[in-house]
Ligand binder design. Structure first.
Ligand code: COA
Length: 165
């Protein structure tokens, strides 16, 4: 059984993430989406909201038999050790991601030699997608239905409205 984790903030999960997941499932039998903590980011959706959104999306895409969700506040490599997983999946978009991802992969390797990072190239439709942009577009009255699943789009609109009241 080939297992991997796909960590990130997923604030929120986008079609770009789903694309990475579907491509990764061609290589791995089981994947855990790991809601991990990026200490540089304050999230828009709390942990439970993000978990519930991802659960719905996995069901909708019928991926829930091979993909599960977990969360962790510590180091990624410690999670890998605890769960006996050796592979971290990361999506790679041109230009923007390389240096950051390279640094993160090398840091993780420095912390634990046994954990490998596998990079999956994002579909070009999603090269310039990122969660922050989606939130900005919505706040300014734009449409993001091509970037996130319906349920997540609705959650974003609701939360932006509440925050504006
Ligand atoms: N298509 C489109 N957009 C994508 C994408 C794809 N395939 N993959 C990622 N993105 C976007 C995300 O939407 C996100 O946008 P945002 O910055 O506007 O929020 C951005 O790219 C990066 O997001 P993500 O993939 O979720 O990564 P992250 O930088 O938020 O996550 C962690 C980093 C959580 C994995 C990292 O901080 C970590 O490992 N934390 C645990 C602690 C640890 O071990 N630290 C040491 C690691 S070196």
């Amino acid at each position: 059984m080939k297992k991997a984790i796909y960590p990130g903030t997923f604030d929120p999960l986008t079609y770009g993430h789903i694309d990475i997941l579907q491509r990764s499932l061609k290589i791995f039998d089981k994947i855990t989406i790991l809601l991990a903590k990026n200490t540089q980011k304050k999230t828009f959706f709390n942990l439970e909201e993000r978990r519930s959104q991802i659960e719905d999306v996995l069901k909708e895409y019928q991926l829930d038999d091979r993909v599960d969700i977990d969360s962790f506040n510590g180091l990624l490599v410690d999670y890998c050790q605890q769960k006996e997983v050796q592979v971290i999946i990361r999506g790679l978009r041109p230009l923007v991601d390389f240096e950051y991802e390279f640094e993160m992969a090398m840091t993780n390797r420095g912390l634990n030699e046994n954990v490998e990072t596998v990079f999956i190239i994002t579909d070009q439709k999603y090269f310039y997608l990122r969660s922050t942009l989606i939130k900005d577009i919505l706040r300014l009255g734009g449409n993001v239905i091509d970037s996130v699943p319906q349920r997540i789009c609705e959650d974003l609109i609701k939360k932006i409205q509440v925050n504006n009241e």
